[in-house]
Design a protein around this ligand. Structure first.
Ligand code: RB5
Length: 148
């Protein structure tokens, strides 16, 4: 799996921690699009960089991080083809994959600790979409909203 990750200045340390967790998985190739220090950047720019690669198929999945996870997840969901899930618990992370086929995970560096975030990431990258008809139907309806 090719995974692209990015953050604003509110989650640089969380990004570094998440990358260590992702390094546990030999089959995951990670591309980091920044930011890399505490200088202020605008989270929509990071969301666009990450989600552009997911939407185009250059990457299979993305992880976006900001201070709360709110701004960057809202921005991510403006990119056509993106289903970004803001998850600060393992149950939501699992459901976002099984039921919503989320292709982007969002978290907040000022909200969650490295340990819980690592567990969320492990579950999110290893959980498959259920492919159940009712979930696929809802996803199809959700994505059709992009064209209305
Ligand atoms: C940046 O200070 C902060 O607004 C951002 O990281 C995020 O929390 C926005 O939703």
């Amino acid at each position: 799996m090719k995974l692209v990750i990015g953050c604003d200045h509110g989650a640089v340390e969380l990004k570094d921690s998440v990358k260590k967790v992702l390094a546990e998985f030999e089959d995951i190739k990670v591309e980091d699009v920044g930011t890399f220090d505490g200088n202020s950047v605008d989270y929509p720019d990071i969301a666009e960089k990450v989600c552009g690669k997911v939407a185009s198929g250059e990457a299979d999945r993305g992880i976006v991080l900001c201070g709360t996870g709110l701004g960057i997840s809202i921005a991510a969901n403006k990119v056509k083809g993106i289903r970004a899930a803001l998850c600060h618990d393992v149950f939501s992370a699992r459901m976002s994959r099984e039921h919503n086929d989320a292709n982007v995970l969002a978290m907040g560096g000022r909200v969650i600790g490295f340990g819980p975030a690592g567990e969320i990431v492990r579950v999110w990258v290893t959980t498959d979409f259920s492919h159940e008809e009712r979930h696929q139907r809802r996803i199809d309806k959700m994505m059709a909203l992009e064209n209305k």
